[in-house]
Write a protein that binds this ligand. Structure first.
Ligand code: NAP
Ligand code: GLV
Length: 322
């Protein structure tokens, strides 16, 4: 009997094909809609492996329904949607997808930073709504990026890849994390700062921490109050790291200049979300790692993690000890 693997979204058959001999795949049939919770709870009942997305909450209730489950292969590097402690208690391995998405997410982070600073989306909309009548000196003038100071909060894989892009723009790189990163200091000239110092000195504050109890609402009213009035805030981490009401106030009362946001609390958000309505916000629908190549690599890594575990090998990218 091949182990049953439940895949929580319709993914290309061509990706599953090389693993068909080994696994009995069952799959939610929609590509653009998450599996309903009640269906998921039923499907995990006899599943030995789960390939899931960040749209699924893999909590204790689900794990209680999944007595045969050996591995949760989460198609994301962030795993705040998984109760890792509960999985560990039940001997379930959890894996994520680090590294394969680092460069793609760093590209998007830098694109979002540039788009926000130079008002690219607003400028494009300006033409589309037929508002361009004259060229004038300060028409849609934004902020320079080159030779400014970027402050990266969360200097891990993606944070460091953003820093290397920033160096290409002659930026001064500051960073904050719980531990010093000697390689980034040596190779990228990044300078360690306490959180408050970074907020006070950076022209661009970029959030790339994982969402944990410690980082929940890290960017609150006090944090925005410490930034420069000209600061641009960029969040490609998780919406949960930001107090969105405090951010709204900071953007509307001139505490900070603008924000570029790829992630939100309570995704998906709609067009009437208070932050999306602001002209000084560039909002994206959580597309950090969304290149065709990288999304396929992430899915393949999930499948390779499943294969490793069922072949009695160590998973390639474990989050816990299983
Ligand atoms: P990573 O390599 O683990 O980096 C995380 C960094 O955050 C580390 O430098 C860590 O350093 C630091 N950190 C952790 N807790 C902290 C805290 N309390 N205060 C300050 N720094 C802290 O992870 P990654 O691969 O770069 O990914 C980072 C996050 O980006 C993911 O967890 C995910 O949420 C998000 N992400 C989003 C997208 C998207 O599509 N928007 C795509 C990919 C990833 P220390 O341990 O030394 O503190
Ligand atoms: C995406 O948000 C990820 O964590 O990979």
């Amino acid at each position: 009997m091949k182990p049953v693997i439940y895949v929580t979204r319709k993914i290309p058959e061509s990706l599953l094909e090389p693993y068909q001999d080994q696994f009995a795949f069952r799959m939610w049939e929609k590509a653009d809609e998450p599996v309903p919770r009640d269906v998921l709870l039923k499907e995990v009942n006899d599943a030995e492996g789960l390939l899931c997305l960040l749209t699924e909450q893999i909590d204790r209730e689900l794990l209680d329904h999944a007595e045969k489950l050996k591995i949760v292969a989460n198609m994301a590097v962030g795993f705040d949607n998984v109760d890792v402690a509960a999985a560990e208690e039940k001997g379930v391995t959890v894996t994520n997808t680090p590294d394969v998405l680092t460069a793609t997410t760093a590209d998007l982070t830098f694109a979002l930073l540039m788009a926000t600073a130079r008002r690219i989306v607003e400028a494009s909309e300006y033409i589309k709504k037929d508002a361009w009548e004259n060229w004038s000196p300060y028409l849609l003038a934004g902020a320079d990026v080159h030779q400014k100071t970027i402050g990266i909060v969360g200097m891990g894989r993606i944070g460091q890849a953003v820093a290397s892009r920033a160096k290409g723009f002659d930026m001064n790189v500051l960073y904050h994390a719980r531990s010093r990163k000697p390689d980034a200091e040596q190779e990228l000239g990044a300078v360690y700062k306490e959180f408050d110092e970074l907020l006070a000195e950076a022209d661009f504050v970029v959030c790339l921490v994982p969402l944990t109890d410690e980082t929940a609402n890290l960017f609150d009213r006090e944090a925005f109050g410490k930034m420069k009035r000209s600061a641009v805030f960029v969040n490609v981490s998780r919406g949960g790291t930001v107090d969105e009401n405090a951010l709204y106030d900071a953007l509307t009362d001139g505490t900070i200049r603008a924000a570029g946001l790829d992630v939100f609390k309570g995704e998906p958000i709609s067009a009437d979300h208070q932050l999306v309505k602001l002209a000084n916000v560039v909002a994206l629908p959580h597309i950090g790692s969304a290149s065709e190549e990288t999304r396929s690599k992430m899915l393949k890594l999930c499948l390779d993690n499943l294969a490793a575990v069922f072949n009695g090998k160590d998973p390639l990218t474990p989050v816990n000890n299983g």
